[in-house]
Design a protein around this ligand. Structure first.
Ligand code: AMP
Length: 403
């Protein structure tokens, strides 16, 4: 048995989970929020307790020290030595990483070189890695990349049709995201496919950020997010795929700078932009119930883009044995699952069992009828356990070191 910590850091937050491995038992979890602000929030859950305090986190180092001290103070661990490995989630691994890697100078340099592709995330991940290294320097750490699972795509699935010199010179291509989640879902989904020789899965990670992935024989063959998480289906605040000329046209008619329009497409579009109400699907669906026309348009756009991608991936896979819904909306929103199921009915014979679907929130279940031509399931995703598994395997079973 060994304690393994997973870290999911953003520019101003640091989420953590401490596992007992290989049992995969969660000992505690929590979040340091508002790092860099004067009013930090520290939440830690352990056993049946949840403690919230308001320390100031000037930077990620202080946040790391605060959470490690809290583990000892609350008697969750006796000393820092008990933590045998750390797994850091890294958003962008570019062309370099097709699986988790030990954190060392080379890994750090590669993550640093990819900062232009994920400016907020990769920089924060490195700061956070250094923060833990400062406090527990001898604990081995791994990097688990959101892009790694998608590295099995073929050039026809990841190349953008721009001048090829640019593709080569700047590594411009589809990298995708949510890879750790899609990998988890594809593995969990196999239990519904006993006897299927070459399982074809379409996994739909539908949350405030959303992506859809086509998986054959356990490998990603196509995914909806692109160079960055702006691509693919419409999302809470992001446009997803569009005619690229919209960008240039908006710049020219509004007089806004390219950067301002880029921010608009990332932060003010999607559900929020079309509905004018909210980035949260719950608010948009409440307005749909009241007949708000823009909420209805936003919701219909969203559902159709999901169905479009499923149709595209059905062709890419040469059929489909399992559709998986997951993440905030996929796990908790029966109306979205039902609407997408209806859009897929005529072409693919998908039938959702509305009785099962209507009350299903945050739990795993088959939601298609026995007659459905494709099985449809809801599986709550778990990216952290994938990181903990890799950290345990690499640092403890294989005994790899970080330096
Ligand atoms: P995620 O990014 O996976 O955390 O998903 C967040 C989004 O999921 C929110 O913006 C909501 O649109 C949706 N969501 C989260 N919880 C629920 C819920 N209980 N019921 C319906 N939708 C939810």
């Amino acid at each position: 048995m060994a304690k393994v910590m997973t870290i999911n850091s953003g520019s101003s937050s640091l989420k953590f989970k401490l596992y007992e491995m290989p049992e995969e038992k969660v000992i505690c979890s929590g979040n340091c929020e508002r790092i860099g602000n004067a009013d930090g929030i520290f939440t830690i859950k352990y056993g049946d307790k949840k403690d919230v305090s308001y320390p100031v986190f000037p930077d990620h180092s202080v946040a790391a020290q605060t959470l490690l001290d809290a583990l000892v103070e609350k008697g969750i661990i006796k000393s820092f030595d008990e933590i045998k490995a750390i797994g850091h989630r890294i958003v962008q691994g570019g062309k370099y990483f097709s699986h988790s890697e030990m954190f060392n100078k080379d890994t750090e340099e590669k993550i640093r070189s990819l900062i232009p592709l994920a400016p907020l995330h990769n920089a924060a991940h490195l700061t956070c890695f250094q923060a833990f290294k400062n406090v527990i320097p001898d604990t081995p750490a791994i990097a688990t990349f959101d892009t790694a699972f998608h590295q099995t795509m073929e050039p026809e699935d990841y190349t953008f049709p721009i001048p090829y010199e640019l593709t080569e010179k700047y590594d411009i291509r589809r990298y995708g995201a949510h890879g750790t989640s899609h990998k988890y879902l594809s593995q969990e989904g196999l239990k519904y496919l006993e006897g299927v020789k070459h399982p074809r899965i379409i996994s739909c990670h539908i949350g405030s950020g959303s992506s859809i992935t086509a998986i054959k024989d356990g490998k990603c063959v196509a995914t909806s997010m692109g160079l960055t998480p702006l691509g693919g289906i419409m999302m809470g605040t992001r446009t997803g795929d569009m005619d690229p000329s919209v960008f240039n046209y908006v710049v020219s008619v509004t007089g806004k700078s390219a950067e301002e329009v880029y921010q608009m497409f990332n932060k003010k579009s999607g559900f929020l932009g079309v509905s004018g109400i909210s980035n949260d699907s719950r608010d948009v669906l409440a307005a749909v119930e009241k007949g708000d026309p823009r909420a209805i348009l936003a919701n219909n756009l969203f559902n159709r883009r999901i169905a479009d991608y499923i149709g595209q991936y059905y062709v890419r896979l040469g059929g489909c044995d399992l559709i998986i819904f997951s993440a905030g909306i996929g796990e908790n929103e029966p109306r979205t699952r039902s609407a997408v199921g209806k859009l897929l009915n005529e072409a693919f014979g998908v039938e959702i069992d509305e009785e099962i679907n209507k009350d299903l929130r945050g739990k795993e279940a088959v939601i298609s009828t026995p007659n459905s031509k494709i099985k449809v399931v809801v599986i709550p995703t778990d990216e952290e356990v994938m990181i903990a598994r890799d950290a345990y395997q690499m640092c403890i079973v294989e005994g790899k070191k970080s330096n």
